[in-house]
Design a protein around this ligand. Structure first.
Ligand code: HEM
Length: 126
């Protein structure tokens, strides 16, 4: 087969820019995996806190550190991201926001909603 050697080739990763819709999609997968992994840890923590008064004190002690609170905030934010962008996904499955322009706008609006929910998550954790 004859190959056209003059066709444009772009392998310079520094010049490749992902569109916002692609970034929102990748982060949706990442947030789903984070939610899946953190579920086991959160269920273990819930079980510990419900096991006995000492268990509750132990669980409260674990959560009472900046690092753990920061991780909990990240987990909650990932869950909010997954839910908000998941709902956007389901709306797109119904045939809306499928064009580049409306898809980019809906991604921006979803990001803004997640930012508000991330602040709310911070209020819950601290
Ligand atoms: C425990 C809760 C949840 C976990 C662990 C979870 C995890 C995941 C994972 C790992 C994926 C696969 C992502 C991929 O392969 O691209 C996924 C996809 C998806 N999730 Fe969730 N999810 C949860 C809750 C939710 C909720 C509450 C919604 C509601 C909006 C939702 C909506 C979706 C949608 C629409 C997809 C498909 C995305 C696509 O087709 O690319 N998920 N989820």
């Amino acid at each position: 087969m004859k190959v056209n050697k003059t066709r444009p080739v772009n392998l310079d990763l520094q010049t490749i820019r992902f569109p916002l819709t692609a970034i929102s999609s990748i982060l949706h997968r990442v947030s789903g995996v984070i939610t899946f992994i953190s579920l086991a840890i959160l269920l273990w923590l819930l079980n510990l806190s419900l096991s006995s008064p000492q268990g509750f004190a132990e669980a409260a002690d674990i959560v009472d550190s900046f690092f753990v609170k920061f991780v909990l905030w990240g987990v909650l934010t990932a869950l909010f991201y997954h839910i908000v962008l998941g709902i956007r996904h389901l709306i797109m499955d119904m045939g809306y926001f499928e064009e580049l322009e409306s898809g980019t706008t809906s991604a921006k609006i979803s990001f803004a909603i997640v930012a508000v929910l991330a602040v709310f998550a911070g209020g819950l954790v601290w």
